[in-house]
Design a protein around this ligand. Structure first.
Ligand code: DGL
Length: 264
């Protein structure tokens, strides 16, 4: 059976797991949310690489043949190290390359905005990757560190979230953009509020959908169909009731989070 490991700092990566499940329903998903180390957005590269390696080893032990780093921050800091670390054991994917490819295929001569954690934005991974292939696309970035914790706490679709989102989106960095990359796997949950702010003038890029389609193209033909409906598994390195409630919104259906200590 094809087993896909998906991990994030918390439950944001469930937005990616949800889209993968929609497109590849016969593959089994094993999810790991590293809630004990949340947020990754302000951790050092060294810390994130060490977390990613440990989680990668855990997912290999669960027989995952494919591992998706469903976190922009970890993709920016740990993708190359994890790929090397798991070489010959599993194929490793990040959430940045599919979005970069999408932008290059769909825009030219435009200004593209990127919002994400401090880590993702300070790594400059999006402008570097996009401008390596296109010198005419302009990429402008803004760190929006309040958004992921706000969403994890269940604040979206209310006045507080709207005020914070609008305060960020009205910053000068994001003026005159043609599209905005939601460069954090938590942000699909506030996609509607962002689209509402812009009206039809700016394309809001739902990166979870883009990543899942890219992944389907890469592995779709090789998926070994399970004889019965696969039972997905969801692990977290720490557990609170608020995560339990919010995780359903992220994955779109009721799921059971199992606490798992992989650090000892
Ligand atoms: N989901 C993570 C990302 O895509 C951000 C959350 C965090 O800071 O841990 O970057």
């Amino acid at each position: 059976m094809t087993t896909i490991g998906v991990f994030d700092s918390g439950i944001g990566g469930l937005t990616v797991a949800k889209q993968i499940n929609l497109l590849l329903p016969s593959a089994k998903i094993i999810y790991f949310g590293d809630i004990a180390h949340l947020p990754y957005g302000d951790k050092s590269k060294e810390a994130i690489v060490s977390y990613a390696k440990k989680i990668g080893e855990f997912l290999i032990d669960q027989n995952c043949q494919h591992i998706v780093i469903a976190c922009n921050t970890a993709s920016a800091f740990a993708f190359e190290s994890l790929k090397r670390h798991l070489y010959g054991k599993a194929f490793v994917y990040n959430v940045i390359d599919p979005v970069v490819e999408y932008v290059l295929n769909n825009y030219s001569n435009d200004k593209i905005g990127v919002i994400g954690t401090k880590g993702t934005i300070s790594s400059r991974i999006y402008p570097r990757k996009i401008n390596k292939k296109s010198s005419v696309l302009k990429v402008t970035s803004l760190a929006t560190p309040l958004l992921a914790p706000m969403i994890e706490e269940g604040f979206f679709n209310n006045n507080i979230s709207k005020t914070i989102i609008n305060a960020y989106l009205s910053k000068k960095e994001l003026t005159s953009i043609k599209a905005i990359i939601l460069a954090c796997t938590h942000y699909p949950l506030i996609e509607d509020a962002i689209s509402e702010y812009y009206g039809k003038s700016v394309d809001v890029l739902n990166t979870a959908e883009i990543v899942a389609k890219y992944f389907l193209n890469k592995i779709g033909n090789s998926v070994v169909v399970a004889s019965s409906q696969p039972k997905h598994q969801f692990y977290v390195s720490d557990y609170t009731d608020s995560f339990k409630e919010t995780s359903q919104l992220f994955f779109g259906e009721q799921i059971k989070l199992t606490k798992k200590n992989i650090w000892d």
